[in-house]
Design a protein around this ligand. Structure first.
Ligand SMILES: [Zn+2]
Ligand SMILES: [Zn+2]
Length: 231
Protein backbone atom coordinates (compact mmCIF):
# COMPACT_ATOMS: atom_id res chain seq x y z
CA UNK A 1 0.00 0.00 0.00
CA UNK A 2 1.29 3.44 -0.95
CA UNK A 3 1.84 5.78 1.91
CA UNK A 4 -0.03 9.02 1.34
CA UNK A 5 2.56 11.75 1.04
CA UNK A 6 1.85 14.74 3.30
CA UNK A 7 2.54 17.99 1.44
CA UNK A 8 4.40 20.23 3.79
CA UNK A 9 7.37 22.60 3.89
CA UNK A 10 10.65 21.06 4.87
CA UNK A 11 12.72 22.89 7.43
CA UNK A 12 15.08 24.13 4.73
CA UNK A 13 12.23 25.49 2.63
CA UNK A 14 10.82 27.25 5.66
CA UNK A 15 14.17 28.82 6.46
CA UNK A 16 14.54 30.01 2.88
CA UNK A 17 11.09 31.63 2.97
CA UNK A 18 11.80 33.30 6.31
CA UNK A 19 15.14 34.64 5.13
CA UNK A 20 13.56 36.02 1.94
CA UNK A 21 10.89 37.83 4.01
CA UNK A 22 13.57 39.20 6.35
CA UNK A 23 15.59 40.40 3.40
CA UNK A 24 12.56 42.10 1.83
CA UNK A 25 11.76 43.81 5.13
CA UNK A 26 15.33 45.02 5.48
CA UNK A 27 15.14 46.52 2.00
CA UNK A 28 11.66 48.03 2.44
CA UNK A 29 11.85 49.38 6.00
CA UNK A 30 14.12 52.38 5.32
CA UNK A 31 11.95 53.31 2.33
CA UNK A 32 8.79 53.03 4.44
CA UNK A 33 10.34 55.08 7.24
CA UNK A 34 11.37 57.76 4.80
CA UNK A 35 7.88 57.85 3.28
CA UNK A 36 6.38 58.28 6.76
CA UNK A 37 8.81 61.09 7.60
CA UNK A 38 8.01 62.75 4.29
CA UNK A 39 4.28 62.59 5.08
CA UNK A 40 4.84 64.06 8.56
CA UNK A 41 6.81 66.92 7.03
CA UNK A 42 3.91 67.72 4.71
CA UNK A 43 1.36 67.60 7.57
CA UNK A 44 3.55 69.89 9.70
CA UNK A 45 4.00 72.38 6.88
CA UNK A 46 0.27 72.33 6.14
CA UNK A 47 -0.44 72.99 9.86
CA UNK A 48 1.98 75.91 9.69
CA UNK A 49 0.19 77.25 6.65
CA UNK A 50 -3.04 77.17 8.65
CA UNK A 51 -1.25 79.08 11.39
CA UNK A 52 -0.33 81.57 8.67
CA UNK A 53 -3.99 81.97 7.70
CA UNK A 54 -4.88 82.49 11.38
CA UNK A 55 -2.10 85.06 11.60
CA UNK A 56 -3.42 86.95 8.56
CA UNK A 57 -6.89 87.12 10.16
CA UNK A 58 -5.39 88.45 13.38
CA UNK A 59 -3.26 91.03 11.52
CA UNK A 60 -6.28 92.36 9.67
CA UNK A 61 -8.15 92.88 12.92
CA UNK A 62 -5.17 94.37 14.75
CA UNK A 63 -3.72 96.97 12.41
CA UNK A 64 -0.88 94.66 11.21
CA UNK A 65 0.49 94.09 14.73
CA UNK A 66 1.83 90.59 15.44
CA UNK A 67 0.82 88.60 18.56
CA UNK A 68 3.55 88.68 21.26
CA UNK A 69 5.58 85.92 22.87
CA UNK A 70 5.73 85.44 26.65
CA UNK A 71 9.04 87.37 26.77
CA UNK A 72 7.62 90.70 27.92
CA UNK A 73 4.05 89.75 28.81
CA UNK A 74 3.01 88.14 32.06
CA UNK A 75 -0.62 87.48 31.09
CA UNK A 76 -0.78 84.01 29.45
CA UNK A 77 -3.93 85.07 27.59
CA UNK A 78 -1.78 87.50 25.62
CA UNK A 79 0.73 84.86 24.47
CA UNK A 80 0.73 84.22 20.71
CA UNK A 81 -0.22 80.56 21.16
CA UNK A 82 -3.32 81.52 23.13
CA UNK A 83 -4.22 84.20 20.58
CA UNK A 84 -3.79 82.08 17.44
CA UNK A 85 -5.70 79.17 19.00
CA UNK A 86 -8.80 81.40 18.94
CA UNK A 87 -8.52 81.54 15.16
CA UNK A 88 -7.56 77.90 14.69
CA UNK A 89 -9.81 76.19 17.25
CA UNK A 90 -7.46 73.20 17.14
CA UNK A 91 -4.52 73.27 19.51
CA UNK A 92 -3.29 70.04 17.89
CA UNK A 93 -1.92 72.27 15.16
CA UNK A 94 0.73 73.37 17.63
CA UNK A 95 2.18 69.88 17.78
CA UNK A 96 4.41 68.70 14.97
CA UNK A 97 3.67 65.05 14.01
CA UNK A 98 7.41 64.31 14.09
CA UNK A 99 7.76 65.72 17.62
CA UNK A 100 7.75 62.61 19.78
CA UNK A 101 7.57 64.30 23.20
CA UNK A 102 4.41 63.71 25.22
CA UNK A 103 4.53 66.36 27.95
CA UNK A 104 2.55 69.09 26.18
CA UNK A 105 0.41 71.56 28.10
CA UNK A 106 -3.34 71.59 27.67
CA UNK A 107 -4.06 75.12 26.48
CA UNK A 108 -7.67 74.84 27.63
CA UNK A 109 -6.42 74.88 31.24
CA UNK A 110 -4.46 77.64 33.02
CA UNK A 111 -0.68 77.33 32.58
CA UNK A 112 -0.03 77.70 36.31
CA UNK A 113 -1.86 74.43 36.96
CA UNK A 114 0.47 72.40 34.74
CA UNK A 115 3.94 70.93 35.36
CA UNK A 116 6.77 73.44 35.02
CA UNK A 117 8.68 71.28 32.54
CA UNK A 118 5.77 70.96 30.09
CA UNK A 119 6.25 71.71 26.43
CA UNK A 120 4.13 74.63 25.33
CA UNK A 121 4.24 73.72 21.67
CA UNK A 122 6.52 72.26 18.99
CA UNK A 123 6.92 75.83 17.79
CA UNK A 124 8.55 79.04 18.98
CA UNK A 125 8.16 82.67 18.07
CA UNK A 126 10.89 85.11 17.04
CA UNK A 127 11.00 87.49 20.04
CA UNK A 128 12.64 90.23 17.92
CA UNK A 129 9.12 90.90 16.64
CA UNK A 130 7.59 91.43 20.10
CA UNK A 131 5.86 94.72 20.79
CA UNK A 132 8.15 95.38 23.76
CA UNK A 133 11.38 94.09 22.18
CA UNK A 134 14.00 96.49 23.57
CA UNK A 135 16.42 96.06 20.68
CA UNK A 136 14.03 97.72 18.21
CA UNK A 137 11.62 99.39 20.67
CA UNK A 138 8.94 97.11 19.30
CA UNK A 139 9.10 98.73 15.85
CA UNK A 140 8.91 95.44 13.96
CA UNK A 141 5.85 94.23 15.82
CA UNK A 142 4.06 95.95 12.97
CA UNK A 143 4.45 93.91 9.80
CA UNK A 144 4.28 97.20 7.85
CA UNK A 145 7.80 98.08 9.04
CA UNK A 146 9.44 94.72 8.34
CA UNK A 147 11.90 95.13 5.48
CA UNK A 148 10.73 92.03 3.60
CA UNK A 149 7.95 90.09 5.40
CA UNK A 150 8.36 87.17 2.99
CA UNK A 151 11.97 86.85 4.23
CA UNK A 152 11.37 87.28 7.95
CA UNK A 153 10.71 84.21 10.10
CA UNK A 154 7.97 84.55 12.72
CA UNK A 155 7.55 80.92 13.90
CA UNK A 156 10.07 78.06 13.86
CA UNK A 157 10.19 74.51 15.24
CA UNK A 158 11.89 73.98 18.58
CA UNK A 159 13.90 71.00 19.86
CA UNK A 160 12.25 68.43 22.14
CA UNK A 161 14.22 69.79 25.10
CA UNK A 162 12.48 73.18 24.77
CA UNK A 163 10.11 73.36 27.75
CA UNK A 164 8.12 76.18 29.38
CA UNK A 165 9.01 78.58 26.59
CA UNK A 166 7.34 79.94 23.50
CA UNK A 167 10.05 82.10 21.94
CA UNK A 168 13.69 82.40 20.89
CA UNK A 169 16.17 85.30 20.72
CA UNK A 170 18.06 85.20 17.39
CA UNK A 171 20.04 88.30 18.49
CA UNK A 172 21.94 86.08 20.97
CA UNK A 173 23.22 83.69 18.30
CA UNK A 174 26.14 85.95 17.41
CA UNK A 175 26.29 84.79 13.78
CA UNK A 176 27.08 81.30 15.09
CA UNK A 177 25.05 78.57 13.37
CA UNK A 178 25.91 76.08 16.15
CA UNK A 179 24.07 78.22 18.71
CA UNK A 180 21.14 78.63 16.34
CA UNK A 181 20.99 74.85 15.89
CA UNK A 182 20.63 74.43 19.67
CA UNK A 183 17.38 76.40 19.60
CA UNK A 184 15.82 75.20 16.36
CA UNK A 185 14.72 71.65 15.51
CA UNK A 186 16.77 72.06 12.34
CA UNK A 187 16.73 68.33 11.50
CA UNK A 188 13.15 67.47 12.48
CA UNK A 189 12.12 66.80 8.91
CA UNK A 190 14.87 64.92 7.01
CA UNK A 191 17.63 67.45 7.84
CA UNK A 192 15.16 70.31 7.30
CA UNK A 193 12.60 72.19 9.35
CA UNK A 194 9.42 74.18 8.71
CA UNK A 195 9.28 77.96 9.09
CA UNK A 196 6.36 80.42 9.09
CA UNK A 197 7.18 83.86 7.69
CA UNK A 198 5.56 87.16 8.65
CA UNK A 199 3.69 87.33 5.34
CA UNK A 200 1.90 84.10 6.39
CA UNK A 201 3.63 81.64 4.04
CA UNK A 202 5.35 78.47 5.30
CA UNK A 203 8.51 76.92 3.92
CA UNK A 204 10.58 73.77 4.54
CA UNK A 205 14.23 74.79 4.67
CA UNK A 206 17.71 73.81 5.76
CA UNK A 207 18.75 76.01 8.68
CA UNK A 208 21.86 77.06 6.74
CA UNK A 209 19.55 78.66 4.16
CA UNK A 210 17.96 80.84 6.87
CA UNK A 211 21.13 81.88 8.69
CA UNK A 212 24.13 82.04 6.40
CA UNK A 213 26.63 84.85 6.38
CA UNK A 214 27.40 86.48 4.08
CA UNK A 215 24.08 85.73 2.48
CA UNK A 216 20.65 85.16 3.90
CA UNK A 217 19.37 85.93 7.35
CA UNK A 218 15.66 85.40 7.71
CA UNK A 219 15.66 86.17 11.44
CA UNK A 220 16.30 89.91 11.64
CA UNK A 221 13.33 92.06 10.57
CA UNK A 222 15.47 95.00 9.52
CA UNK A 223 18.09 93.03 7.65
CA UNK A 224 16.51 90.14 5.80
CA UNK A 225 17.60 88.89 3.38
CA UNK A 226 20.93 90.76 3.39
CA UNK A 227 22.73 90.99 6.69
CA UNK A 228 24.15 92.04 9.09
CA UNK A 229 22.60 95.50 9.29
CA UNK A 230 22.99 96.13 12.97
CA UNK A 231 26.72 96.66 13.41
ZN1 LIG B 1 12.77 86.21 26.12
ZN1 LIG C 1 7.39 69.79 12.10
Amino acid sequence: MLKKRIKAFTLVELLVVISIIAMLLAVLMPALRKARQQAQKVVCSSNMRQMGVALQCYLQENDSHLPDSSCHTSDPNQYWLKILIKYLKQDLLFKCPSDKTENFVDWNKPLCQQPADSRWSSFTLNALLDSKCSRFNGRYNSVKFIYKPQHCIYVSENPSSWTSADHIHPETWGYNIKIAKGQIAWDRHLKKSNYLFTDGHAETLKIEDTYSWPGNCFWFPEAAPAWPADD
